[in-house]
Ligand binder design. Sequence first.
Ligand code: NAP
Length: 345
Amino acid sequence: MKKLCPFGTHRVIEPLGALPQSAMKLDNEMVCYDNEILCEVETLNIDSASFTQIRQACHDDLEKMKAMILSIVETQGKMQNPVTGSGGMFLGKVKVIGNKMNPNVEVGDAIASLVSLSLTPLNIKEIKAIHLEKDQVDVIGEAILFETGIYAKIPQDLPPHLVLATLDVCGAPAQVNKLVQKGDDVLILGAAGKSGLLVSYQARKSSDRGKLLGVVYNEQEKADLEILRVCDEIIVGDARQPMAIYEEVIKRNGGPVDITINVVNVENTEMTSILPTKNDGIVYFFSMATSFTKAALGAEGIASEAQMIIGNGYTKGHAELALNILRESPEIYTLFEKRYGKESL
Ligand code: NAP
């Protein structure tokens, strides 16, 4: 008889003693233990840094991508990209509720997981479709949520795939709500991405009259961000070019910013975040492509004392705050609907 653990260590195959997120391999047999919830999975929202890596490795060849995703899940029992270490989340329906669980959902309810796929036992029978434009993969599969695994019931008033996309990054705007103070000048790298749009909207609300600068990659993204009318300055540039972005920020803001939010999905953007930030400012790294080594040693190298924060995907009330942005902002709702679709489950 397995000793059931609230954090899911009873599913860890190797290395023993590890928690599910850092484990190499999980037991993904789809039986529902007493302290678990078993779900039918309809769609995986793959973390953007992971999806970008898979696309690049497979040169956007859908069959190769399918094979790569299936092989990861078969090898590890979970969808954790071995290069980026990141996961994503799933959209599905509750199928079985363990005997010792007392959740606020019933069998048949549509839910989105709020814990990473990098720690979620997953079994994929078939990949039905890969949506390159929205980092989502439709599957026939099943997954397990542990006792401590949080999830959100899909609300009636919003399309499920749009909810899934939003919940994937809901920690970012919620952390911005806590970090950004009235009057702060804020820089956002990747400001027109999924989390970028939510963060830009929230930063405007939180900083009130502070200056808001967004860095985007191309003119189309600039046009999307302009629709929100929240940024004072939009810089079209490459976030991997620290000096170019630094000079542009200093010119447009008249000096460094109080806080920088990094929501890009590519490597080598640590110094682009630290350089334009005040010495006693804050850098919030939400990007999964962030290197601790590059950030720590890079900051030391320019004698910056900026407080650097790891972008924890969880903060209290994060799902509700992000979904409320969709309800408050018709501009973001329309952009997300265009990007992530309005299909129902
Ligand atoms: P997204 O929608 O793909 O947004 C990323 C944005 O960065 C895109 O607009 C992208 O532009 C832009 N970008 C890419 N390369 C750039 C460059 N060199 N210069 C400037 N902009 C560039 O991704 P997301 O879903 O919002 O996720 C953002 C980040 O958060 C990812 O790293 C993701 O892995 C991470 N994440 C973290 C957590 C957490 O718990 N901390 C949870 C979920 C996601 P293009 O589309 O034109 O390339």
